[in-house]
Design a protein around this ligand. Structure first.
Ligand SMILES: *Cc1c(COP(=O)(O)O)cnc(C)c1O
Length: 407
């Protein structure tokens, strides 16, 4: 078998000849044309109960840059952008392009997102110097946005949510992640995300004026016709991109359902691994992040090589985490210690998930993973007696997920 980590399957443009001809006839190719306008309306209704506003962008990285720039205004109240170290490079790059220094914090053991007390500690330590807080809704998990609304008020600091992998995640009531949030929430439609389009992104906010400002910023800062009245760049989604998005939306329920079923299958078939805590409502899944047993913390490369020998491609999102990457190490500031991020980043392995994957393929991957893990546990036990037995206190503490809530 040959099983890739991700097999992108955006909508087939070759099946949308009529829609493409219609774009050609209209002579409108970008600048918020009719296809894009309709797509934004569809997104708002489908995911956000029709309240607030949606703005498409050509990718989420530019979306983050715009949202951060809008949030901090012309005179940022500090030099730092507080974010978890366990996120994708784009989050930090976007802050740096806005002239800020990423201030990296630890994550929590349950949802693998920025830890509440870690954020709180840094906000106090760097009081008055944090210009914006940028939590990441890790792997589509619906982090608690009410907590960030409270943080916004209590510390008078704006919040931009990196929700790159979250388009489709919804609450038990069926409302899309981010609904009602007054700051900006930024989603990606990259080919590797579950809402796969190719390149594309979305900025949502319950605050329509905020979205209107960002819309002007995404079109060269033109607040008036061809006249820059604010900072700007070009981040517009073209009409063909918006068409692809509309087509993706049409069959997205089916796609999400299948991916969720495959994810649950993995979950049940791999009791040897630990998973992110289960989300209330529905979470969309980009791939399947799992933690290898803690006694195999130094064996991941060998495990991945053995799986590769059996035709299974895996990933290690996010390892290296931000502070382990040379550029970020040079330009970022970080908390004194980030034990949970360090550990999860060392243990995490990303397992294959894609739209056309079958349950048989999941069985195959899970079986191979179990076999490799169990063989290796056996070796470790015989070789070193198992580090777990040597430092039981440490591993006991690690396996005990505690969620603190200070805000
Ligand atoms: C994919 C991703 C991005 C970037 O999205 P693009 O649309 O590719 O620019 C940003 N942040 C996180 C956490 C991501 O996973």
């Amino acid at each position: 078998m040959n099983i890739p980590l991700i097999r992108p399957a955006p909508p087939q443009l070759s099946l949308a000849i009529r829609e493409l001809e219609s774009i050609e006839r209209s002579g409108i190719y970008s600048n918020f044309g009719p296809v894009n306008t309709r797509f934004e309306r569809e997104l708002l209704l489908r995911f956000f109960g029709g309240k607030g506003a949606c703005l498409t962008v050509c990718n989420a990285t530019l979306g983050l840059m715009l949202a951060i720039k809008e949030a901090i205004g012309r005179a940022p109240r500090g030099e730092f952008a507080l974010m978890p170290s366990f996120t994708f490079a784009a989050t930090a790059h976007a802050a740096i392009w806005c002239g800020l220094t990423p201030l990296l914090c630890d994550i929590n053991r349950a949802d693998w997102a920025a830890d509440c007390s870690a954020e709180f500690g840094l906000l106090k330590q760097y009081a008055g110097r944090v210009a914006v807080v940028i939590p990441y809704a890790t792997f589509g998990y619906p982090i608690d946005l009410e907590r960030y609304e409270r943080m916004r008020e209590r510390f008078d600091v704006p919040v931009v949510v990196d929700a790159a992998a979250s388009l489709g995640t919804c609450s038990e009531r069926g409302l899309g992640f981010g609904s009602g949030f007054g700051g900006s929430v930024v989603f990606s439609m990259h080919a590797t995300k579950s809402f796969a389009v190719g390149e594309g992104g979305l900025i949502y906010s319950a605050d329509s004026d905020r979205v209107a400002r960002i819309r002007a910023m995404s079109n060269f800062g033109f607040g008036e016709s061809r006249t820059a009245t604010m900072p700007g760049l070009n981040a517009k989604l073209c009409e063909v991109g918006a068409l692809l998005g509309s087509l993706r939306l049409a069959d997205y329920d089916r796609v999400m359902q299948h991916r969720a079923a495959l994810f649950n299958h993995y979950h049940d078939a791999l009791p040897e691994c630990e998973f992110q805590t289960e989300a209330p409502g529905k979470q969309v899944h980009q791939f399947v992040p799992a933690l290898l047993p803690s006694q195999l913390i130094d064996r991941r490369a060998v495990i991945r090589a053995k799986l590769a020998d059996q035709g299974i491609t895996t990933g290690t999102y996010f390892s290296p985490h931000l502070l382990e990457q040379p550029y970020f190490k040079e330009v970022c500031t970080a908390a004194d210690s980030m034990p949970v991020c360090e550990e999860i980043s060392k243990r995490v392995i990303s397992l294959p998930l894609f739209d056309r994957m079958t349950h048989r393929e999941v069985d195959y991957v899970a079986e191979c993973v179990r076999k490799v893990i169990n063989d290796m546990k056996h070796e470790t036990r015989e070789g070193t007696q198992g580090i777990e037995q040597q430092v039981p206190a440490l591993f006991g503490a690690m396996n005990n997920p505690v969620r603190e809530n200070h805000l």
